[in-house]
Design a protein around this ligand. Structure first.
Ligand code: FPP
Length: 244
Protein backbone atom coordinates (compact mmCIF):
# COMPACT_ATOMS: atom_id res chain seq x y z
CA UNK A 1 0.00 0.00 0.00
CA UNK A 2 1.52 3.33 -1.11
CA UNK A 3 1.91 5.78 1.78
CA UNK A 4 2.26 9.57 1.55
CA UNK A 5 5.42 10.61 -0.30
CA UNK A 6 6.87 13.02 2.33
CA UNK A 7 6.92 11.04 5.54
CA UNK A 8 7.87 11.92 9.10
CA UNK A 9 10.53 9.51 10.33
CA UNK A 10 11.69 9.35 13.96
CA UNK A 11 14.91 7.62 14.95
CA UNK A 12 16.00 6.33 18.37
CA UNK A 13 19.73 5.97 17.83
CA UNK A 14 20.49 3.35 20.45
CA UNK A 15 23.53 1.12 20.81
CA UNK A 16 26.45 3.54 20.44
CA UNK A 17 27.90 2.69 23.84
CA UNK A 18 27.67 -1.09 23.40
CA UNK A 19 29.12 -0.86 19.89
CA UNK A 20 32.18 0.91 21.29
CA UNK A 21 32.50 -1.27 24.43
CA UNK A 22 32.51 -4.44 22.29
CA UNK A 23 35.61 -3.07 20.60
CA UNK A 24 37.22 -2.19 23.92
CA UNK A 25 36.82 1.52 23.22
CA UNK A 26 35.47 4.42 25.30
CA UNK A 27 31.72 4.84 24.88
CA UNK A 28 32.20 8.32 23.40
CA UNK A 29 33.79 6.72 20.34
CA UNK A 30 30.47 5.01 19.73
CA UNK A 31 28.69 8.35 19.85
CA UNK A 32 31.26 9.80 17.45
CA UNK A 33 30.67 6.94 15.01
CA UNK A 34 26.93 7.48 15.52
CA UNK A 35 27.33 11.14 14.58
CA UNK A 36 28.87 10.11 11.24
CA UNK A 37 25.87 7.88 10.56
CA UNK A 38 23.59 10.85 11.31
CA UNK A 39 25.37 12.88 8.62
CA UNK A 40 24.84 10.17 5.99
CA UNK A 41 21.17 9.66 6.92
CA UNK A 42 20.41 13.40 6.85
CA UNK A 43 22.04 13.75 3.46
CA UNK A 44 20.02 10.87 2.01
CA UNK A 45 16.68 11.68 3.68
CA UNK A 46 15.14 14.12 1.13
CA UNK A 47 15.89 11.69 -1.71
CA UNK A 48 14.12 8.91 0.19
CA UNK A 49 10.86 10.88 0.46
CA UNK A 50 11.41 11.99 4.06
CA UNK A 51 10.00 15.45 4.78
CA UNK A 52 10.52 15.52 8.55
CA UNK A 53 13.23 13.66 10.44
CA UNK A 54 13.30 13.70 14.25
CA UNK A 55 16.40 12.30 15.97
CA UNK A 56 16.69 11.43 19.65
CA UNK A 57 20.13 12.85 20.44
CA UNK A 58 19.92 13.27 24.24
CA UNK A 59 17.02 12.46 26.55
CA UNK A 60 16.26 14.30 29.77
CA UNK A 61 17.07 11.05 31.58
CA UNK A 62 20.53 10.93 29.95
CA UNK A 63 21.76 13.55 32.47
CA UNK A 64 22.19 10.69 34.91
CA UNK A 65 25.01 9.18 32.81
CA UNK A 66 28.63 9.58 33.95
CA UNK A 67 29.76 13.21 33.66
CA UNK A 68 32.52 12.61 31.06
CA UNK A 69 30.03 10.90 28.73
CA UNK A 70 27.49 13.73 29.14
CA UNK A 71 30.19 16.35 28.53
CA UNK A 72 31.42 14.41 25.49
CA UNK A 73 27.90 14.29 24.03
CA UNK A 74 27.37 18.03 24.57
CA UNK A 75 30.66 18.74 22.82
CA UNK A 76 29.81 16.38 19.97
CA UNK A 77 26.45 18.07 19.44
CA UNK A 78 28.03 21.51 19.42
CA UNK A 79 30.71 20.49 16.91
CA UNK A 80 28.14 18.70 14.77
CA UNK A 81 25.94 21.80 14.54
CA UNK A 82 28.89 24.05 13.77
CA UNK A 83 30.28 21.73 11.11
CA UNK A 84 26.99 20.87 9.45
CA UNK A 85 25.46 24.33 9.37
CA UNK A 86 26.75 25.37 5.93
CA UNK A 87 25.91 21.96 4.45
CA UNK A 88 22.37 22.22 5.84
CA UNK A 89 22.01 25.70 4.31
CA UNK A 90 23.30 24.51 0.93
CA UNK A 91 20.97 21.49 0.96
CA UNK A 92 17.84 23.32 2.13
CA UNK A 93 17.71 21.52 5.48
CA UNK A 94 15.87 23.46 8.20
CA UNK A 95 17.32 22.47 11.57
CA UNK A 96 15.26 22.76 14.77
CA UNK A 97 16.19 21.61 18.25
CA UNK A 98 13.40 20.45 20.54
CA UNK A 99 13.64 19.97 24.30
CA UNK A 100 14.76 22.11 27.22
CA UNK A 101 17.58 24.60 26.72
CA UNK A 102 18.02 25.97 30.24
CA UNK A 103 20.25 23.06 31.35
CA UNK A 104 22.44 22.97 28.22
CA UNK A 105 25.90 24.57 28.11
CA UNK A 106 25.68 28.17 26.86
CA UNK A 107 28.10 27.39 24.02
CA UNK A 108 25.72 24.69 22.74
CA UNK A 109 22.68 26.96 23.06
CA UNK A 110 24.49 29.61 20.97
CA UNK A 111 25.30 27.03 18.28
CA UNK A 112 21.68 25.85 18.27
CA UNK A 113 20.38 29.41 17.85
CA UNK A 114 22.85 30.19 15.05
CA UNK A 115 21.97 27.01 13.21
CA UNK A 116 18.22 27.45 13.54
CA UNK A 117 18.50 31.06 12.38
CA UNK A 118 20.79 30.25 9.44
CA UNK A 119 18.74 27.32 8.16
CA UNK A 120 15.21 28.70 8.73
CA UNK A 121 13.14 28.40 5.57
CA UNK A 122 14.99 25.33 4.23
CA UNK A 123 12.39 23.32 2.35
CA UNK A 124 13.99 20.02 1.38
CA UNK A 125 13.99 18.57 4.93
CA UNK A 126 12.84 19.59 8.40
CA UNK A 127 15.46 18.13 10.71
CA UNK A 128 14.50 18.08 14.40
CA UNK A 129 17.12 17.17 16.97
CA UNK A 130 15.73 16.22 20.36
CA UNK A 131 18.19 17.40 23.03
CA UNK A 132 17.34 17.32 26.76
CA UNK A 133 14.00 16.02 25.54
CA UNK A 134 11.24 14.21 27.41
CA UNK A 135 7.90 13.56 25.70
CA UNK A 136 6.10 13.57 29.03
CA UNK A 137 7.57 16.97 29.92
CA UNK A 138 6.63 18.28 26.45
CA UNK A 139 3.02 17.14 27.01
CA UNK A 140 2.89 18.74 30.45
CA UNK A 141 4.29 22.02 29.00
CA UNK A 142 1.72 22.01 26.18
CA UNK A 143 -1.05 21.37 28.73
CA UNK A 144 0.16 24.33 30.80
CA UNK A 145 0.31 26.52 27.67
CA UNK A 146 -3.21 25.44 26.72
CA UNK A 147 -4.53 27.24 29.80
CA UNK A 148 -3.86 30.52 27.94
CA UNK A 149 -6.11 29.41 25.08
CA UNK A 150 -9.59 30.93 24.73
CA UNK A 151 -11.15 27.44 24.63
CA UNK A 152 -10.08 23.86 25.40
CA UNK A 153 -7.83 22.71 22.55
CA UNK A 154 -8.86 19.89 20.22
CA UNK A 155 -6.27 17.31 19.11
CA UNK A 156 -5.06 19.42 16.22
CA UNK A 157 -4.56 22.51 18.35
CA UNK A 158 -2.90 20.48 21.10
CA UNK A 159 -0.48 19.05 18.53
CA UNK A 160 0.39 22.61 17.50
CA UNK A 161 0.96 23.57 21.15
CA UNK A 162 3.37 20.63 21.43
CA UNK A 163 5.50 21.98 18.60
CA UNK A 164 8.35 24.30 19.54
CA UNK A 165 7.04 26.67 16.84
CA UNK A 166 3.22 26.54 17.10
CA UNK A 167 2.68 28.20 13.68
CA UNK A 168 4.55 25.31 12.02
CA UNK A 169 2.76 22.27 13.46
CA UNK A 170 4.60 18.97 13.40
CA UNK A 171 2.92 16.23 11.39
CA UNK A 172 2.40 12.93 13.23
CA UNK A 173 5.25 10.43 13.04
CA UNK A 174 4.68 7.91 10.23
CA UNK A 175 7.42 5.51 11.18
CA UNK A 176 9.76 5.16 14.09
CA UNK A 177 12.95 3.15 13.98
CA UNK A 178 14.86 2.11 17.08
CA UNK A 179 18.23 0.43 16.77
CA UNK A 180 20.04 -1.36 19.60
CA UNK A 181 17.72 -4.33 20.09
CA UNK A 182 15.42 -2.81 22.72
CA UNK A 183 11.64 -2.64 22.31
CA UNK A 184 10.52 0.60 23.93
CA UNK A 185 9.91 4.30 23.22
CA UNK A 186 11.91 5.68 26.17
CA UNK A 187 9.84 8.88 26.54
CA UNK A 188 10.24 9.88 22.86
CA UNK A 189 7.40 11.55 20.89
CA UNK A 190 4.64 9.74 22.82
CA UNK A 191 1.84 11.91 21.41
CA UNK A 192 3.25 12.19 17.89
CA UNK A 193 3.69 8.40 17.60
CA UNK A 194 0.01 7.59 18.26
CA UNK A 195 -0.28 5.77 14.91
CA UNK A 196 3.37 5.43 13.97
CA UNK A 197 4.56 2.18 12.45
CA UNK A 198 7.30 0.84 14.71
CA UNK A 199 10.51 -0.87 13.60
CA UNK A 200 12.90 -2.32 16.17
CA UNK A 201 16.25 -3.38 14.73
CA UNK A 202 18.84 -5.61 16.42
CA UNK A 203 21.81 -3.70 14.97
CA UNK A 204 23.62 -0.95 16.89
CA UNK A 205 23.23 2.66 15.68
CA UNK A 206 26.80 2.96 14.28
CA UNK A 207 25.94 -0.02 12.05
CA UNK A 208 22.82 1.63 10.64
CA UNK A 209 23.09 2.57 6.96
CA UNK A 210 21.17 4.41 4.26
CA UNK A 211 20.48 1.01 2.67
CA UNK A 212 18.90 -0.19 5.93
CA UNK A 213 16.72 2.92 6.07
CA UNK A 214 15.67 2.32 2.46
CA UNK A 215 14.74 -1.26 3.39
CA UNK A 216 12.64 -0.08 6.35
CA UNK A 217 10.88 2.51 4.17
CA UNK A 218 10.09 -0.18 1.59
CA UNK A 219 8.58 -2.37 4.33
CA UNK A 220 6.63 0.62 5.64
CA UNK A 221 5.08 1.06 2.18
CA UNK A 222 3.51 -2.38 2.55
CA UNK A 223 2.11 -1.91 6.04
CA UNK A 224 -1.66 -1.60 6.18
CA UNK A 225 -2.27 1.60 8.15
CA UNK A 226 -5.90 1.50 9.21
CA UNK A 227 -5.89 4.24 11.87
CA UNK A 228 -8.51 2.34 13.83
CA UNK A 229 -10.70 1.63 10.81
CA UNK A 230 -11.77 -1.81 9.59
CA UNK A 231 -9.63 -3.31 6.82
CA UNK A 232 -11.19 -3.03 3.37
CA UNK A 233 -10.81 -6.20 1.34
CA UNK A 234 -12.51 -8.41 -1.24
CA UNK A 235 -14.24 -10.80 1.13
CA UNK A 236 -15.47 -11.26 4.71
CA UNK A 237 -12.13 -12.73 5.76
CA UNK A 238 -10.59 -9.31 5.04
CA UNK A 239 -13.09 -7.26 7.00
CA UNK A 240 -12.71 -8.79 10.44
CA UNK A 241 -12.87 -6.28 13.23
CA UNK A 242 -9.51 -5.55 14.74
CA UNK A 243 -8.18 -2.77 16.89
CA UNK A 244 -5.73 -0.28 15.35
C1 FPP B 1 22.02 5.98 22.82
O1 FPP B 1 23.03 5.00 22.77
C2 FPP B 1 22.49 7.19 22.15
C3 FPP B 1 22.62 8.39 22.73
C4 FPP B 1 22.28 8.64 24.15
C5 FPP B 1 23.16 9.54 22.00
C6 FPP B 1 22.89 9.61 20.54
C7 FPP B 1 23.90 10.48 19.90
C8 FPP B 1 24.42 10.31 18.67
C9 FPP B 1 23.98 9.31 17.72
C10 FPP B 1 25.56 11.14 18.19
C11 FPP B 1 25.36 12.58 18.21
C12 FPP B 1 24.10 13.04 17.60
C13 FPP B 1 24.01 13.93 16.60
C14 FPP B 1 22.69 14.45 16.20
C15 FPP B 1 25.19 14.41 15.88
P1 FPP B 1 23.59 4.40 24.16
O2 FPP B 1 24.77 5.19 24.55
O3 FPP B 1 22.48 4.37 25.13
O4 FPP B 1 24.02 2.98 23.72
P2 FPP B 1 23.99 1.70 24.66
O5 FPP B 1 22.53 1.35 24.84
O6 FPP B 1 24.72 0.70 23.85
O7 FPP B 1 24.66 2.04 25.95
Amino acid sequence: MRQSSRVHVALIMDGNGRWAERRGWERIRGHQAGGQVVERIVEAAPGLGIGVLTLYAFSSDNWSRPMPEVAGLMRLLRLHLRRERSRAMANGVAVEVIGRRDRLPQSLVREIERTEEATRGGSSLRLRLAVDYSARDAIVDAALRSREEPRAPDRERFAALLSSSPHVPVPPVDLLVRTGGEFRLSDFLLWECAYAELFFLPIMWPEFTVAELRRVLAEFEHRDRRFGRVAVGPGPEHSERRIG
